[in-house]
Write a protein that binds this ligand. Sequence first.
Ligand code: P6P
Length: 343
Amino acid sequence: MAHFEEGTTLDRFLMETMRAHPGATGHLLTLLKQVALAGKLCSSRVQRAGLAGMLGAAGGMNIQGEFVQKLDIYANETFKRALEHAGVCCMIVSEEDDGAVFIPPEFPVGDYIFSMDPLDGSSNIDTNASIGTIFAIHRRVSEGRDGTMADVLRPGRELVCAGYIVYGAGTVLVISTGKGVHGFTLDPTVGEFFLSHREMRLTAATRSYSCNEAYAAQWDPRLQEWLTRQKAPELGWSARYIGSLVGDFHRNLVKGGVFLYPPTAKAPKGKLRMLYEAQPLAFLAEAAGGAASDGVMPILDKVPTTLHERTPLYIGNSEAVSEIVWALAGDEGPPSGQWTRRG
Ligand code: P6P
């Protein structure tokens, strides 16, 4: 992999990364450039969301007489429109669509399946908290024009690429094709993403946790005990929680931290979705040297059985994730050998 200087544009990074793969067709590069375009459009709309009065409240009409869509619907349509004509996808899976979305007959198909949460955390938009788009990209295993369930109901280890775009104080696109995680910050004055976070890494240890503690009494008592132990003053742990997965994950990737969303009474299988939240973020976490588990096994080894399947999620620095898995496993220890116990 070439050594990229800060300030390298996303396009240059993608082109030079593609050149490092002689067999590359350029289709993944095209797909990611369309993702970046959709991200710019969403960033612009999110930044102006507070002007609903001027632009018209969601569902209303704006000053140009245009119908104003809810932001998550806008994001969903924007990413689908950016991808459907490019001849790089054969299916799109979205949190906003019950079923898989296929490429309209007037456009060619390609070998990739794009799964996305188009605007995760959108309930936070009126608080100006960070929200974002999370995406996962599989290469198809099926034949024929339309993708099939076999193309996406697979372990996350088979992803070819994953990433997110966080719309916060700045707009940052974070992406990995499995080797290395890199972040690109949008300069809205020129409409370009520039390399700003080269080789993002999660160190083994952290002393920061991220969870909605209001539900802690509903957790497995062994997890409650683990968290109580971490809060001992001499350990110096801190808590950070935005309530927007992309914002919480991005902070943890930049500064270190472990994010927990255990099963609760309201979400007995966990709240977060496998295909377009847990798998892509687990792909990024492992590519950055971290870990992600459902409390028993690595997220990337789980095989989802439905498009919108939920899962418990523990993700971030590897030691903290391992300790959580060991805490939940009790004395016999976790079934898979991956989880080393510290100390
Ligand atoms: P809670 C946002 O609604 C979301 O889907 C994720 O982005 C976030 O991590 C989680 O829900 C927050 O859930 O129960 O803490 O509000």
